[in-house]
Ligand binder design. Structure first.
Ligand code: 6GU
Length: 225
């Protein structure tokens, strides 16, 4: 898989793509991630990528030219399955969407900034608009990082235990059961006896029941799905 991220703040994504599971997946050759600085594509001599909005509204708007230049260059080099724009008014990102994106070959993620981008970009170049939740971030970089992280960890081989991605919270519309590690007793805080029993069937049953109870208590909306 290949992910191209277009940003006015590429530094914000550098540490993320060079750390942890995402970095390891890149080293293993499971994913290629490229971050493009939008300013490298502007024809403006001051390297500006934004301008005042028509209509006298507040804030600045990202211009068509640099975005079009960057996306067009990438699209001449290979086919992209999805050209995503991160924006608070997009479709809300969730696990099924991450699963779906993890099956794509090549995707572009354009990080939104300022008041937004010239709407013509959204009409003519973007194939999918994604929000990561109902709150406003200063820029789309954190959203692009969240999307990339959730997609990359699903690529076969990205995380050690093949089963652990499947047992994630949300993967079956349920929250995960609690987990514990050594010691059995920490300052009198005990690990549930059932987990020390060695009875696999009983443990599996406990896990299911915990999963269901936590979902019912914390996220009853998930049970309706
Ligand atoms: Cl994708 N962008 C911004 N700027 N804010 C957000 C968001 C995206 N998703 C939630 N809030």
């Amino acid at each position: 898989m290949r992910i191209d991220i277009i940003s006015v703040l590429p530094e914000m994504l550098d540490s993320f793509i060079n750390l942890s599971i995402v970095a390891r997946a890149r080293k293993k050759g499971l994913v290629e991630i490229y971050v493009h600085n939008l300013r490298d594509y502007t024809e403006d001599k001051h390297r500006r990528v934004d301008d005042y909005p028509y209509g006298g509204f507040a804030g600045m708007v990202m211009q068509c030219q640099p975005i079009d230049a960057c996306i067009s260059k990438l699209c001449r080099e290979r086919h992209y399955d999805e050209i995503i724009f991160t924006t608070p008014d997009g479709e809300q990102f969730d696990q099924p969407m991450a699963n779906e994106l993890s099956l794509k070959e090549n995707i572009i993620i354009l990080c939104g900034h300022y008041k937004g981008v010239d709407y013509r970009i959204r009409e003519h170049l973007i194939t999918r608009e994604i929000s990561i939740g109902d709150y406003v971030l200063t820029g789309g970089e954190l959203a692009a990082a969240a999307i990339t992280d959730s997609v990359v960890r699903l690529l076969p081989g990205a995380i050690g235990d093949a089963e652990s991605a499947l047992s994630d919270s949300f993967q079956d519309h349920l929250l995960s059961a609690p987990v514990y590690t050594r010691p059995q007793d920490y300052k009198g805080w005990k690990v549930p006896d059932i987990l020390l029993s060695g009875n696999e069937a009983k443990i599996a049953e406990w896990e299911q029941q915990q999963s269901f109870e936590r979902t019912k208590r914390l996220r009853p909306d998930l049970l309706e799905k």
